[in-house]
Design a protein around this ligand. Structure first.
Ligand code: FES
Length: 94
């Protein structure tokens, strides 16, 4: 499923078994949205050239993709999928 968050590129949200994962939605090989591709287990296949990625890590696993997707730490809170933006700090300030 697609998701948008102000200040971030288009995102893709996946469910693998009982866990949610979030990655950038734009394929790193070209300008195709991964949400238009096909998910099988923990693998998303791009609809444009058939490259694929491991949803859990963002690593490319199928030709012609060679650059990893950005992934976001995701968790469920009160029925919402919450992500940690890249570079965000957690914990209390000193
Ligand atoms: S644009 Fe996704 S594999 Fe080429």
């Amino acid at each position: 499923m697609e998701a948008t968050v102000e200040g971030l590129p288009p995102l893709a949200v996946y469910k693998v078994e009982d866990t949610y994962f979030v990655t950038d939605n734009l394929c790193t090989h070209g300008s195709s949205l991964l949400t238009e591709g096909w998910q099988e287990g923990a693998v998303i296949e791009c609809a444009f050239h058939g490259g694929s990625f491991d949803i859990r890590t963002g690593e490319p696993i199928g030709h012609p993709c060679t650059v990893a997707l950005r992934t976001y730490e995701a968790r469920v809170e009160d029925d919402w999928i919450v992500i940690t933006a890249p570079g965000a700090r957690t914990g209390s300030p000193e």
